[in-house]
Design a protein around this ligand. Structure first.
Ligand code: MYA
Length: 148
């Protein structure tokens, strides 16, 4: 399945940029999930730990935010995070594959509400809800209904 295309504005992104643009880039690559959202698999090493052996909460937040951002990219929407809530349910181990997913919950008057989840061993270890607003008001999308 094809990767979600990353817009030019994200070429140098810490989360989805490549190591060509930054030596610490996470190099995340998202694809469409069968359920219609997006998903990515990633395993991060000790460079990204907080407590010993545990992925840093700021990195977890970044992964969840990136999943939601890419869910919007999949609709041709470039939007900024306006509000972000994270639930750290279980310590996420480093050097262990985790799966990220994201879905669009609603879009009302230009405010997109999304949710994302981080799975480890098929359990939810962290989740997020966020609101996004378009960076570029001229962006178009098949998802957009008349009130967006
Ligand atoms: C682009 C974005 C960048 C942004 C960066 C900014 C972010 C920076 C972040 C920086 C971070 C940097 C630092 C780091 O990196 S720290 C690393 C990141 N954090 C973690 O890995 C924590 C993972 N989670 C856990 O270990 C457990 O879930 C904890 C220890 C939190 C609780 O596990 P425990 O097994 O002890 O508890 P329980 O689940 O049986 O529940 C017991 C009770 O507690 C209540 N309870 C539990 N949770 C919540 C809650 N959230 N609000 C309200 N209540 C809550 C729950 O309802 C229950 O109540 P009751 O039913 O008994 O009445």
């Amino acid at each position: 399945m094809m990767d979600i295309a990353i817009p030019y504005s994200h070429k140098h992104c810490f989360a989805c940029g490549t190591s060509d643009s930054s030596s610490t880039a996470l190099n995340l690559r998202f694809i469409r999930s069968k359920a219609g959202g997006v998903k990515a698999a990633v395993s991060l090493d000790r460079l990204y730990q907080g407590y010993s052996g545990v992925l840093h909460g700021g990195i977890i937040s970044t992964l969840l935010d990136a999943a939601m951002t890419h869910r919007l990219f999949a609709e041709g929407v470039e939007a900024m995070t306006a509000d972000l809530h994270i639930r750290f349910a279980k310590p996420v181990p480093v050097n262990h594959e985790v799966i990220l997913s994201a879905d669009i919950d609603s879009c009302i008057r230009g405010v997109f509400t999304l949710s994302s989840k981080l799975y480890c061993e098929q359990s939810i270890y962290a989740s997020a809800k966020a609101k996004f607003m378009r960076a570029n008001a001229s962006a178009s999308s098949s998802f957009l209904s008349s009130d967006c």
